[in-house]
Design a protein around this ligand. Structure first.
Ligand code: CA
Length: 226
C-alpha cells in the first residue's frame, strides 16, 4: 500500500512516515500545496492508495489539494490531519470530499485504525472481473482464464497480473511493480520482478496465441491486448 503524506511539519511527517514504513506501507512526502498539486496532476491516482492531508501548509490550505483531487474524479481515500486550534468545519471538509479527520496530536494506532477503515471501504471491488483481450480475471473467485482455459496462479503472480490488467498498454516500471506487488522489503536492484514476469509469461503463453507481456527496454513491462 502506498501512502502520500502531505505535511509540512518535519517532526510529524517523520513520525508518520517511520510508523507507516514499519507497518509495511510505502510513503512519499509532499510539504506544501505546490508539491502536493504536482502529485495530484501527475500520478497520485495511479501510484497511491491513500492520502494523509495536513490542512495548514506554508503556501495555502490542504483544502485546495482536496478540491483539486476530487475535481480530477479521483475517489482516492483522504484522511485530513488537523492541528488543534486550526479552524476546521468538519462538515465543510467532508463535503469537499475527505473520508475522515484526525486531530493532532494523535496516537499512531488510531491513525492506523482509521486508515484501515478508509482503505477497506475504498477497496470494495467495483467490478467482479477484469477483461483484457482474451484474458479474464474473476476478482471474487480469484481465478484467471485465457482464451477459455483456466490458469492457476500463485498469489504474487495473481497480484502482478491484476496490476497489469488494471493498466493495460501502460508501461509499468520495475520500481512501480515492486512497490505495488511486493510493497516493501526488496531492494530496487532486485530481479524479482523479472523472475515473476517470466513465471507469468510461461503460464499465459500458449502455442498459437500472441504473447501478452512485452518488455520495454530500459522502461519496464507492458500488457498488450491481442
Ligand atoms: Ca501544518
Amino acid at each position: 500500500m502506498n501512502v502520500l503524506v502531505i505535511e509540512d511539519d518535519s517532526r510529524i511527517a517523520s513520525f508518520i512516515e517511520k510508523g507507516l514504513r514499519a507497518e509495511g506501507y510505502v510513503t512519499e512526502l509532499a510539504g506544501s500545496v505546490r508539491e502536493a498539486l504536482v502529485y495530484v496532476v501527475t500520478r497520485v491516482q495511479d501510484d497511491f492508495d491513500l492520502v494523509l492531508l495536513d490542512l495548514g501548509l506554508p503556501d495555502g490550505s490542504g483544502e485546495e489539494v482536496l478540491v483539486r483531487l476530487r475535481e480530477t474524479g479521483s475517489g482516492l481515500p483522504v484522511i485530513v490531519l488537523t492541528a488543534r486550534g486550526e479552524v476546521v468545519d468538519k462538515v465543510r471538509g467532508l463535503e469537499l470530499g475527505a473520508n475522515d479527520y484526525i486531530t493532532k496530536p494523535f496516537a499512531f494506532d488510531e491513525l492506523l485504525a482509521r486508515m484501515r477503515v478508509a482503505l477497506r471501504s475504498a477497496t470494495q471491488p467495483a467490478a467482479q472481473e477484469l477483461v483484457v483481450g482474451d484474458l479474464r480475471l474473476d476478482l471474487l473467485s480469484k481465478v484467471a482464464w485465457r482464451a477459455g482455459r483456466r490458469i492457476d496462479l500463485a498469489p504474487r503472480e495473481w497480484a502482478l497480473l491484476e496490476l497489469f490488467m488494471r493498466y493495460p498498454t501502460h508501461v509499468l516500471s520495475r520500481t512501480r511493480i515492486l512497490s505495488r506487488v511486493w510493497e516493501f522489503g526488496y531492494e530496487p536492484g532486485s530481479n524479482v520482478v523479472d523472475v515473476y514476469v517470466g513465471y507469468l509469461r510461461r503460464k499465459l503463453n500458449r502455442p498459437g496465441l500472441a504473447p501478452l507481456i512485452q518488455t520495454v527496454r530500459g522502461a519496464g513491462y507492458r500488457l498488450v491486448a491481442p
